[in-house]
Unconditional design. Sequence first.
Lengths: 386, 386
Amino acid sequence: MAMSGTDLSRMREMNQLSVLWALRGTAPSTVTELAGRTGLSRPAADVLVQQLVADGWAEVEEPGASSTVGRPARRYRFRANAGHVLGIDIGVHKILVMLCDLEGNPVQSLRRPADPQAGPAERLAAVDQTIDDVLREAGMAAPDIWAITVGVTGPVDENGRSIISTPLPGWREADPVAHLRIRFTCPIRVENDCKLAAVAERWKGVAQDADDIVYLLAGLRTGAGLIIDGTLRRGHGGVAGEIGALKAVRWLNAPDHLTAYSGAPSGAKPGEAAAWVFQAAREGDSAAKTAVQRYIRDLAVGVAALVLTLDPQIVVYGGGFSRSADLVLDPLRRELAKHCLRVPELRASTLSDEGVALGALRLALDQVDNILLSSQLAAPVAPQFS
Amino acid sequence: MAMSGTDLSRMREMNQLSVLWALRGTAPSTVTELAGRTGLSRPAADVLVQQLVADGWAEVEEPGASSTVGRPARRYRFRANAGHVLGIDIGVHKILVMLCDLEGNPVQSLRRPADPQAGPAERLAAVDQTIDDVLREAGMAAPDIWAITVGVTGPVDENGRSIISTPLPGWREADPVAHLRIRFTCPIRVENDCKLAAVAERWKGVAQDADDIVYLLAGLRTGAGLIIDGTLRRGHGGVAGEIGALKAVRWLNAPDHLTAYSGAPSGAKPGEAAAWVFQAAREGDSAAKTAVQRYIRDLAVGVAALVLTLDPQIVVYGGGFSRSADLVLDPLRRELAKHCLRVPELRASTLSDEGVALGALRLALDQVDNILLSSQLAAPVAPQFS
DNA sequence: GGACTTAGTAAACTGCGTAGCATTATTCTG
DNA sequence: CAGAATAATGCTACGCAGTTTACTAAGTCC
């Protein structure tokens, strides 16, 4: 813990940042409001916000029709479109690229189907193409992007590479960070999809009120993302949450109970077959009900291991199967009650299949924030990778 | 994230704190050294440290025989004995009270055997007695204590009560915080023993270099304490790490493999019997070796669940059985390799049975630090519970 | 149209850290 | 033993940032 001494110029930086944070994420504010929110005096808030305007971080909104007594106040607004970030979900079947501004407002997004068999080069080329289209439609170029986060399936190491295992064919050889670095000089980060989806739930999903969250990505593959004390935890080697590797936890095979159900039309893809089972169970088919029951029973052991380890406030049930959460949540809750000392809240995700890309956006925004906080506040330009 | 504006007086507080932190945990420092360490100018460091002396936080050491040319510098020293904290381990068989100063230097400690059958009132009376003796021998009274942390076996809720379960007879009715509050007005905290032992390993034990640690308390009871990103994690309900509750994890019964061994002298207590098994295994007794092997195999499943969930840098094997770590570490490492994606380092604790009390001291010191950091720096007196 | 309310602006004031220089206390050197 | 070299201390002038206070500007309300 190394605190360093402060002098007046640093104090000014801090206050300027403080005004910037007070400006952000709220409706356009008057100087008086800013002063109140920062604890600074009005004159101080005034010169600081004017400096922000001069630097390009804020813009003025001249007073319009006043609704209250007294002289109408100028309002200042954070220039959310001073920069943008990209959130990218590279999946087996699809590529999703989302673009948002510095306040997280969505600007553009594009989903493309992907060839499940495609190798890394082909897949990355498709990603490039999708990025290009998004940028073009938004009227932007690479330098306008301040940070990028990419989500991929499977464990990701600190350099963004998937060394251990991945369902994406040939992806172990891929180096997505290096690939994107050719065109983008901003910070680039690659992260596991479950972890990003967990972040998204806390940002815009059903877990906004919690600091300790276990996110379940439930689909043909089962995974988890952990948020502890409000921060995404990767673990020392980036494989936190991979409880499915434990044999006593039958996560790997739990979805087999669903796909083995014979009621689905032959020729249906495994994912569709699972949807059939849920639908059949909903309609009362007893074989389907048993399959779902067994799936939940196996799933619950792993969830219980995560819950007992972390004692989270909320468990979010997300992923492809979360559309059938109505069948899963109550039985899963009962199973957890058998195993756990304290049963956390169980909620179903509502972010459909945008969770990963949304979480990627959030992490990219966090990167921008960190850079803004650490360095002095220069004019708004894309931070460079160093 | 609410940043608040800073004015000059706050800046001064911050700089004063910065000097205080620079002063602490180092040999007595000259003003020039302090200036270098804080980044402040020499005159600024000078007036700040003199203020600290006036407030009682620091003291001057007049220059003695100088070893270098030039005018000898006055040296300033943090007054570590301006306050003290207590760390208390309330166990089934013993009570351990430790007293240290603000830099964590041990001042006094006292261990008392406890009656395993004793109820809460009796046990707390013994604790009081031990505290009294420690304070008397150190020449102190209750107001000299700035913070207290107590470790007990079993899950502890945020109020310091053991609602769920505890091996201490009748302890669910006990309210140790309220009991101590009668005599002490400082912050008091009660925490689970495994968690405290984990903290101790990072402070003075074998895990000082790590930020992500799983601590195993291995004895007749098996438990775990988790440190993630350098911070102790309690979980939302205070039961993080209690993986033993899961039936698929056979932690509760794992030590039975040891105590069931028939080679120990009849009449030996269970703990002694376990030691016998380890000794017999060390000497080549095949039944004992099998017992140890089975113990490790069952233990490993739970450890693997923790490791897969958290992906820590280090697993520390502590608790009563850690004296036999020579027999356990290698086989346990092999077992973990079977289960885990990435096997963390495995180390044996060396803190013997002082770990819990040491961790309690560390948490008490952390409480003092937090109070110092948040409030303005007044003269050094015991912070009051509010 | 005058009273009232609120925003914007400009001054004087206070406090803090810095820079630079004189002073002091030692050791080194001839 | 005296003088040079060295390094810490003490003091003063300076600049900067935020606060306070007072005054002006621009609206609404009655």
